[in-house]
Design a binder for this molecule. Sequence first.
Ligand SMILES: Nc1nc2c(ncn2[C@@H]2O[C@H](COP(=O)(O)OP(=O)(O)OP(=O)(O)O)[C@@H](O)[C@H]2O)c(=O)[nH]1
Ligand SMILES: [Mg+2]
Length: 315
Amino acid sequence: MEFLKEEEQEAQKILFTGLDGAGKTSIIMALKREFSKIAILTPTRGAQRRIFEYLGKNISEWDLGGQKSYRIAYLRNPGKYFENTEIAIYVIDIQDENRFDESINYIKDVIKKFEELEIKPPINIFFHKFDPALEKSAINEYSKRITNLKQKINKITKYKNLLYYNTSIYELSSLIKAMSEIYLTLYPKTELIDKTISEFALKVDSEGVVIIDDNSLQIGSYYKDEAIKEILNLSTPYFLTLNDSFKAAEERNSSLKNSENQVMVKRNQKYFIFKQISLKKGNPPYYLLLVKAKPEYNKGDIDILSSILEEILYT
Ligand SMILES: Nc1nc2c(ncn2[C@@H]2O[C@H](COP(=O)(O)OP(=O)(O)OP(=O)(O)O)[C@@H](O)[C@H]2O)c(=O)[nH]1
Ligand SMILES: [Mg+2]
């Protein structure tokens, strides 16, 4: 057995798997908002691991390169690759119909390994490359493919814990939504966080609040209604990337440096305020997006929110 670093031993394992070219590494890069790297991605060699922190816990993310020779190696050594999986994400390229059977065979093999290891992680199936720019006829075609794929999967396995998502790197909100939902299932703390955020929303008179971490994952939210939820979920990625560009420019030109670190947009008589907050010195930043009828807020309220969140997450 390979020796694991201490932080890796206590980390929760998230496994990305699927055929080569399905888009696993692109999904991971898109969530890190490293779009320039997606264009030059090469096939992943073997298992790539990364440890990151989410809600104060270590997550060990495994990206299993999907080329056939690797798949054979993983299936031969399930104790190394599949053991301890807390959550699995299985990516299927819905544009590549010719490989559906191959992909279904592989998911069948993966499920078999989980059963042999006597683990039952939820398997989140991403019907990926469901691109937003698709023509209407293509959308209908892909929706049909997805229905067929679900039927086929249900035919080959009785596995209970299967969940489905439509995703695309060209619709970052689809990935943020899916991954946030998936990761949040790991945490009992989330109720406490959501409660803290709703109280904050009430205090600053806000219709919607989202808190996101540096991996683009939501850690909590409050929405007055569904319309606010939709607009916040769709716009969050743009605020993140806009903020990234401001930061990059500021790093290059110190004359642009700005201590306020905030982006504000007005639309439809509402103000969208996006702000970086730091919870704990030395840790990556968190981001707050809130909608209000008025552009002002009390900075002290945000400081209080940060310190309560820090308390919840880090103690
Ligand atoms: N149209 C479209 N293309 C995508 C999407 N996601 C990824 N791709 C493309 O799919 C190709 C393969 O992506 P990768 O992320 O390298 O696939 P992978 O699953 O990591 O492949 P392996 O590392 O070999 O297992 C790349 O050319 C990506 O640009 C998407 O949502 N839509
Ligand atoms: Mg890859």
